[in-house]
Design a protein around this ligand. Structure first.
Ligand code: DLL
Length: 438
């Protein structure tokens, strides 16, 4: 793919230039939130930090963290730093637990969002000749509108299909000539499965690339999607609180996502102590927004676990890259004292030739944690004898034990028996938590 950028002078800027932008913008943003949001003023006063103490990004660590709980406590508009008359759009997310959180955008915030989504689309090879098929949900979720804004900004034809109605998605893919598909990776797999069932060869479609994110997915899953849809599959990361999709974006190197550092400062911290960690070390991802007007969260604790690298990228972009988040610290399962990420289980399943249609059940029986992995058999296994199926289960159990370091039970279930997801897949049922809540 020829090298192409939406904003080359920014995406390929020198480190000195990026640092200069970050220094100037951080100073301005800290003053903005201190002057306009009571919570920041209170937290900074308590920490003994004044806006004047923040002169450059080296002073970032002096600033208190912001948490998702703060958005819940200040629901709905308590953290907005601009008057409501300047807010032109609201987005919200309910997450898996608790009250929903609300984030506002000014006109200027939306322009920036469109630009970073445009960077993502350019990075995967899209331009004004493309048809961008957006199957992320439109609505309060940021996925649909986020990619849509980028598509119209680059002059491509946006197809705002939204999620659901998979038969119709397929018809549109065929009839409208969609060339870039945007949806969750689990939904991309479902679309691929539907094509297969209908006997449609993906080579007959116009698709060339996909922008998949909003949930964890593995490299194995990427390979499967690329093969089944005959496209290049790119990762995209973001969260409602920061700016929805495209906070970081993958380029043709497909080896991590460039963080839009002219708008967001990324830090990796030790989640236990809050201490910043150097590049290359694994920890919790923390973002500080430095150009947003309405909700410029400062040192926002994402709970996502990842690694940042500043190695030179072959694409020419100079923004640092973050790895695929390896799960959220609050998604991490602790089973019999061992940390288990659902993505580790997915890696094993896909390597062993199973589809990414699985469910993980965790329970506590007689004070001992139990782990059950349900996965759909392949059609070939389905026609095997019961004894053979048991052997396949044992083989998977052995593989899981060797990777996770603890035993897991495996239950192979009939093909197509696990419910498909049109948005973020819910794969873990932790019955221990359900009991705790009661
Ligand atoms: O999922 C925004 C988004 C939309 C991102 C479309 C990408 C594409 P939330 O619903 O607030 O926002 O969920 C944010 O999803 O903290 C991560 O835990 C997870 N997540 C997002 N992208 C990825 C990814 C959107 N590429 C939460 N890989 C984040 C792994 C991801 N996890």
């Amino acid at each position: 793919m020829a090298k192409r950028y939406w904003q080359e002078e920014i995406e390929c800027a020198s480190r000195e230039q990026i640092t200069q932008w970050q220094n100037e913008r951080l100073v301005k943003t800290v003053k903005h939130v201190y002057d306009n949001v009571e919570l920041y003023r209170k937290r900074m006063d308590e920490a003994g930090v004044k806006p004047e103490d923040i002169k450059s990004i080296d002073d970032l660590k002096k600033l208190p963290f912001t948490y998702k709980q703060d958005l819940r406590d200040e629901y709905p508009y308590g953290l907005f730093a601009t008057p409501l008359k300047d807010v032109v759009r609201l987005h919200a997310s309910s997450g898996t637990t608790g009250k929903q959180i609300v984030v506002g955008y000014t006109r200027n915030d939306l322009d920036i969002w469109d630009d970073i989504a445009a960077r993502q689309l350019y990075a995967v090879g899209a331009d004004e000749n493309d048809f961008v098929h957006v199957s992320y949900g439109y609505g309060l979720f940021t996925g649909g509108f986020g990619l849509h804004g980028g598509a119209t900004k680059i002059g491509a034809t946006a197809i705002p299909v939204s999620s659901g109605n998979t038969d119709r998605q397929v018809t549109i893919l065929q009839d409208f000539g969609s060339s870039v598909l945007c949806c969750t990776p689990s939904y991309a797999m479902y679309i691929a499965e539907t094509l297969e069932k209908k006997g449609i060869d993906p080579k007959t479609l116009n698709l060339k690339a996909g922008i998949f994110g909003a949930e964890p997915w593995t490299e194995e899953m990427r390979r499967q999607i690329e093969e089944k849809l005959n496209i290049k599959a790119y990762d995209v990361y973001g969260l409602t609180e920061i700016m929805g999709p495209c906070v970081s974006y993958e380029c043709e190197a497909q080896s991590g996502m460039h963080v839009n550092e002219d708008h967001f400062i990324i830090e990796i911290i030790n989640p236990e102590t809050g201490e910043p960690l150097p590049y290359g070390e694994k920890g919790e991802i923390v973002f500080t927004c430095i150009t947003k007007e309405c909700c410029p969260f400062i040192r926002y604790r994402t709970r996502d676990i990842g690694v940042v690298t500043n190695e030179k990228c072959s694409c020419g972009r100079t923004f640092v890259k973050m790895t695929k988040p390896q799960g959220r610290s609050d998604d991490m399962l602790i089973i019999r004292g061992v940390n288990v990420f659902p993505s580790q289980i997915e890696t094993v399943l896909l390597k062993m030739g199973y589809s990414p249609n699985y469910k993980i059940f965790v329970d506590r029986v007689n004070n001992t944690d139990t782990l059950l992995v349900q996965v759909e058999m392949t059609e070939a296994i389905f026609s095997d004898t019961v004894t053979k199926i048991k052997e396949h289960e044992k083989a998977l159990e052995a593989e899981l034990r060797s990777l996770l370091g603890i035993g897991a039970d495996v239950q192979l279930v009939a093909p197509n028996s696990i419910e498909r997801s049109m948005g973020k897949a819910v794969r873990v049922v932790d019955k221990r938590k359900l009991i705790d809540v009661k």
